[in-house]
Design a protein around this ligand. Sequence first.
Ligand code: WT7
Length: 656
Amino acid sequence: MSTIESILNEARVFPPSDAFASKANIPSFQAYEALCAEAEQDYQKFWANRAREQIVWHKPFTQVLNDQKAPFFEWFGDGELNVSYNCLDRHLEKQGDKIAIIFESDDGEVIRTTYHDLHQRVCQLANALKSQNIRKGDRVVIYMPMRTEAVIAMQACARIGAIHSVVFGGFSAKSLHERIHDAGAVAVITADEQIRGGKRNPLKAIVDEALSKTDDISVRLVVIYQRTGADIEFNPARDVWWHELTKNASSQCEPEWVSAEHPLFTLYTSGSTGKPKGVQHSSAGYLLGTKVSMQWVFDYKPTDVFWCTADVGWITGHSYVAYGPLAMGATQVIFEGIPTYPHAGRFWEIIQKHQVTTFYTAPTAIRSLIKLGADLPEQFELSSLRLLGSVGEPINPEAWIWFYEKVGRSRCPIVDTWWQTETGSHTIAPMPGAVALKPGSCTFPLPGISAAVIDETGQDVENGKGGFLVIKKPFPSQVRTLWSDPERFRTTYFPDEICHGKYYLAGDSAYRDKEGYFWIMGRVDDVLNVSGHRLGTMEIESALVAHPLVAEAAVVGKPHEVKGESVIAFVVLKGQYPHGKEIEQIAHTLREWVAKEIGPIAKPDEVRFGENLPKTRSGKIMRRLLRTLAKGEEITQDISTLENPAILEQLKYPTK
Ligand code: WT7
């Protein structure tokens, strides 16, 4: 059964319990509606009030929204702040000794860091970077294991006004090179190696390979955190050890006060062309989004032990590991490893050990853990939990109910949070003390977020009908532009068609049910969601055609029980159509090639060969037919515009 079908079959509703609601930050639907009404009345004033409450300003703002250059919106533009100050310094006086990070390594070592210590380490690295002439506005690529140090690196950049761009440790040298190059980075912060699930990944060697790909690379500094002590190539002209660089650095560092609109970071994500987009976020607006969502959606309490399992290589790890929890002064868990190592109960063990109260993870992780041990959570004491969260893709009701019953013991609400790299923080998600939950629905927009479902003419569709998900009014945490490509920003997110250049186009289709709940149906562009990771079909296609054997390739998604979607590649080879053993060999070669070109997450599950691809007379590949073939379904669509119907037979079966 597909996710959408199973969602439609689940009709149960889960209202907040009195026990939860009575203690919640937003304790009733009326309280939620009151906030929405305040935002509705004057959304600029609403956000201005929140920004004054939530942020420590070095210089208060007097301007709220500047839409003169729409869709390049600015918020609180004449205000000045520092994000790292807001995440660290502001807590020192009252709770310097509170644990900020409970770090657990892959092999179970636990290191606790207080706010005081974290502040010192961030200041030391910030000073060290300054001593190497890294300045405000410089771009710094971070390619790190999921450890406290990754957060320190991000915060140190924020402290000196350098713009970080984190690249997920699973991306290849080629992907890393592409991002370093596009960002024009002057420094890379990395580690000798990464260890996850007992497996080593040679991060520094990958950085070296990335930097050697072209001569026009602007990187002049590589900072290496020593994780494993493995042998690495050391280039004295460029490389420095983190521990040596910070050894004598002062643990006091005056923050660089920046304008509210100063870019805090860029983060590359997939779009519908082969080139990843450098999503650029602001300082103040972004920080504000992470803070209000921590309070509204995660119902943050100072006694919480917060755990978001996302890697800092993704937006979730930016907003709900590196910034949101620290901005709130929270205690959070950071875990270096994977959910299944050394056993499939690792997540539950960590929750028990560290008394986690708020647990935020992805449906794909939940589904794989159900498969590996549906009853495993019962063996652990999980009574510290009070709230669960889900992110990255629609959660199917089976997984929702399991998560609710087995992990949350039917006591903990689940917040299903819809948002994107581009929105910076939660946009449609329940306030758990206020909203009755429906498994599979992300429920209602946050106050001040004017989400709507429209048709291709830009009109709102009635409830029950599907359409394009848009956000009609600007909001503080939204993407500001695409790094070095403002035109692509405008045409991708504020297109003239559908949105009349005015609304933010999310790229998802959605509908609202008769009670107004939002249900996300999936992407409307050529973007796949594999295990909660965003992959562009075009990116994988370009990787495939870059292989000397390949003439042409088309990539589509196929529903997958655990991953949500899997990658299926249809390939035309330059030479002969392969036969016998050759098929398997070439398929294997191409899968490994994609892993090397982009990263293992992009590896096709299946490669099918054909003498051609299904095309229209004008030569356009008919992807909808390929999607049907990938699923193994009969073609019932209209194929009258198909030039070469015979090809369908050849592409029908997996050539495994
Ligand atoms: C895309 C954004 C920021 C979250 C991590 C992924 C899908 C995300 C949900 C959800 C249904 C979801 C959408 C969205 N998505 N959360 N709760 N329910 N779909 O960020 O890589 O920028 O991907 O993930 O399709 O557009 P991302």
